[in-house]
Write a protein that binds this ligand. Structure first.
Ligand SMILES: Cc1ncc(COP(=O)(O)O)c(C=O)c1O
Length: 395
């Protein structure tokens, strides 16, 4: 077998890239996969090599062949200049914010952002003298009015991972760039396969690898990719904090990478089928899914995204909390759990009213978020059908 040439590599489509990137058969002594390199100490052949500082690997915290394999593959599919790895999606959010911000700076964050990202801004960043303003996720170019002379970063998460507002990232990025602010995006829902962050003006793109990259609910991982303008600063900041994921988790993430597009496309297909079925249920007020044409952000989604993943929400017609609990507690295939993107289907009840500060969450009934897995869709519908019977019996 010949080595992948640069020309062939440049021509590969995403599925082929996911299979072939980040692997070096010679380095793995003929085995298909890069093994999980463990280790703190890296040895040098002589003093001259130590002094030159040019050896590829020098210390466990700075990287291993395993971390390098994932970083280089992710950089490629994200269309980035470089990527860093962190031990969770939340630590990736923290790493990106620490890269962009310093004392006295101002941060703009969309109101629908992941709760713990807000918590970090409201506690640690505040203590460090960084002020955060929350904005309407649908603000688009209107973010201009919220920019201050000291606004140094805008954090978007599109779509919001509970309420699914699709953000006009290119419009936000244009304004932020004009003000010299860093554009940060949590791109976990789409992954770079369905939304190419840096091509849409994002400087630092966050991925909770815990979700679709893992795909098996068995690891925690975060990735931040950066464009040319921001990669050096990102690398220096995260490397300087000395936080990195363990080798087994990086190995599992590399394994997940190989099938990520297949799983994601199947999750998309299943979620769209389930969304359609749910929209026709008499118990459902509305479905909140960016790829469904009546969604308020559908036009932007269609313009900017190459697909949708398996996570979406529905709003039920008003019923009691007890009726919702009876529906969910008795489900046999949909499990109750927060961390999504695995092969198994999940559901959570949620209510954004507690944390929203810039916009009002008034959906008109109890809201449920589904992460649709790989079970047979007819079995999933049957599970929910029995759930709706329990709900109606109490409602
Ligand atoms: C949109 C989003 N970003 C980040 C995270 C954090 O990922 P992790 O669980 O790996 O910390 C989550 C987790 O649910 C998430 O939904």
């Amino acid at each position: 077998m010949a080595k992948l040439s640069n020309e062939t590599r440049a021509s590969l489509r995403s599925r082929s890239r996911l299979v072939h990137l980040g692997r070096d058969v010679e380095e793995s002594r003929g085995f298909v996969n890069v093994p999980p390199f463990r280790g703190s100490t890296v040895l040098f052949p002589d003093v001259a090599a130590m002094r030159a500082g040019a050896q590829r690997f020098t210390y466990g915290t700075h990287g291993t062949p395993t971390t390098e394999a994932l970083r280089s593959a992710w950089t490629d599919i994200a269309g980035a200049a470089g990527t860093v790895l962190l031990p969770s999606g939340l630590s990736a959010v923290v790493g990106a914010l620490m890269t962009a911000l310093g004392a006295g700076d101002h941060l703009l964050m969309t109101d629908s952002a992941y709760g713990p990202s807000r918590h970090f801004a409201d506690t640690t960043l505040k203590r460090m003298g960084i002020e955060t303003t929350y904005c309407d996720p649908c603000v688009g170019a209107g973010i201009e009015a919220l920019m201050r002379p000291n606004t140094r970063a805008v954090l978007t998460e599109s779509p919001g991972s509970q309420s699914f507002e699709v953000q006009d990232v290119p419009a936000i990025a244009k304004v932020a760039r004009a003000h010299g602010a860093c554009v940060i995006m949590d791109n976990t829902w789409a992954t770079p396969l369905l939304f190419s962050p840096h091509a849409h003006g994002v400087d630092l793109a966050i991925e909770a690898g815990t979700k679709y990259l893992s795909g098996h609910a068995d690891l925690l991982l975060g990735l931040v990719s950066a464009n040319e303008a921001w990669f050096k600063r990102l690398y220096r900041t995260v490397d300087g904090m000395g936080i990195q994921p363990g080798p087994e988790d990086v190995y599992l993430a590399l394994r997940g990478l190989r099938t990520m597009e297949l799983r994601l496309r199947e999750a998309e297909r299943q979620a769209l089928a389930l969304a359609k079925w749910l929209a026709a249920r008499p118990e459902v007020l509305r479905v909140i899914h960016p790829a469904v044409p009546d969604h308020s952000g559908h036009a932007i989604w269609k313009r900017d995204f190459a697909g949708s993943s398996g996570l979406f929400s529905v709003v039920l017609k008003p019923v009691s909390e007890a009726a919702v609990a009876a529906m969910l507690d008795g489900l046999e295939l949909f499990a109750l759990g927060y961390s999504w993107g695995g092969y198994e289907s999940l559901v959570i009840p949620f209510d954004c009213t507690a944390y929203r500060t810039a916009t009002k969450w008034a959906p008109g009934g109890p809201a449920l978020r589904f992460s649709v897995g790989l079970e047979d869709i007819e079995d999933l519908k049957a599970d929910l059908d029995r759930g709706f019977t329990r709900l109606s019996a109490i409602a």
